[in-house]
Design a protein. Structure first.
Length: 142
């Protein structure tokens, strides 16, 4: 009987850090209002969601501050497509502190950047970067 209790305790201790990380990582899920880091205007609503253990973000709605409705400068399948319903954040993985290792598409210029994001209080910091060059936007929860 004592062996079974010890086994359950060990399994619980092994699984606990994983479940705590999942809860911390899930704090970013849901709808966020994007704020242009240059103009300060609200541009869109992005829905962040998970598929398996990866994070994705889809444009739910364009707001009055958005300047384009279609991704004219995009390459490949997104060329000329409506920005609404477009998946702009792809394949980020949670490392225990932040989501990283995926990409973000800027529909304004059609470029794809490496991406990482993290939650700070009621704000989301979203960074697109190439090598040591980066831009960080602060999004707010809808």
């Amino acid at each position: 009987m004592k062996i079974m209790k010890t086994a359950f305790l060990l399994v619980g201790l092994i699984l606990m850090p994983t479940s705590v990380l999942a809860v911390e990582g899930d704090a970013v899920l849901g709808k966020w209002i994007t704020i242009d880091d240059k103009t300060g205007k609200q541009k869109s609503i992005i829905n962040l969601y998970k598929k398996g253990n990866k994070l994705f973000g889809k444009v739910e709605k364009l707001l009055a501050g958005a300047t384009a409705t279609h991704c004219e400068k995009c390459q490949g399948d997104n060329k000329g497509k409506p920005i609404t319903c477009m998946t702009v954040i792809k394949n980020l993985k949670f490392n225990g502190k932040q989501w990283q290792g995926g990409t973000i598409l800027d529909p304004k210029n059609g470029k794809v950047y490496n991406c990482k994001l993290w939650h700070e209080g009621d704000k989301l910091k979203v960074r697109g970067y190439i090598s040591f060059l980066y831009r960080t936007q602060v999004w707010k929860r809808q």
